[in-house]
Design a protein around this ligand. Structure first.
Ligand SMILES: Cc1cc2nc3c(=O)[nH]c(=O)nc-3n(C[C@H](O)[C@H](O)[C@H](O)COP(=O)(O)O)c2cc1C
Length: 183
């Protein structure tokens, strides 16, 4: 699959087959995800992969603020990645010539996590695994459920699995003239 096809054919997948994705395949997907760029190459993204049905049920019951749409997706999911990041690193640049703390220095860790998230989703798609990012989540509850290390914060859930039925239809996109300007 070439890069253009990969970008255009990735979809949010919300219907999954019963088969679990084996851990070796998921390890390959994280192996690819680690090539995501990051602030000063700090590589703060972490992936906690949940394939235990009891824990997935807890994520559905307690981790998505009761949002029924997400609960429904989790009810047929066989795997969920808790994407987290190590706090307090990205946004500060320490060099032998000095330290730099740019404006909006609190957003870069989430920015890193976002790049890691899309890289994970594209890598999964390349391996035939569907994904759906969840932002409607209760990060503190999820940290507790998966026993996340104290130095990490949850950025998103990424539900993953083999897609059931036809590939999800493309969602609409703005015209390029609405989002592009040249100066
Ligand atoms: C940051 C972020 C948060 C999202 N949160 C949710 C969510 O909580 N539940 C859900 O079903 N989809 C969620 N989505 C998926 C979007 O709805 C989806 O990406 C968008 O509609 C475009 O569709 P596509 O991914 O199939 O191209 C989220 C996507 C992103 C990037």
């Amino acid at each position: 699959m070439d890069a253009i096809e990969l970008i255009k054919e990735r979809r949010s997948v919300r219907k999954y087959k019963n088969d679990k994705v084996d851990r070796d395949t998921m390890k390959e997907i994280v192996e690819l995800s680690k090539w995501a760029p990051s602030w000063a190459n700090y590589q703060i993204a972490r992936y906690t992969l949940v394939d235990d049905e009891t824990v997935i049920k807890r994520l559905a019951d307690e981790g998505v603020h009761g949002f029924s749409y997400n609960i429904k997706t989790l009810q047929n999911a066989k795997g969920v990645a808790v994407l987290s990041f190590v706090k307090g690193k990205s946004g500060k640049l320490d060099t032998p010539k000095g330290s730099y703390e740019p404006s909006a220095n609190n957003v870069w860790e989430v920015f890193d996590a976002g790049i890691a998230c899309q890289t994970f989703c594209l890598a999964a798609h390349a391996k035939g695994v569907g994904t759906c990012i969840f932002g409607v989540i209760d990060d503190e509850k999820i940290s507790e459920i998966v026993n996340l290390p104290a130095e990490e914060s949850v950025a998103a859930l990424i539900v993953y699995g083999y897609e059931d039925g036809e590939h999800a239809k493309p969602t609409s996109r703005k015209e390029v003239d609405e989002i592009l300007r040249f100066v």
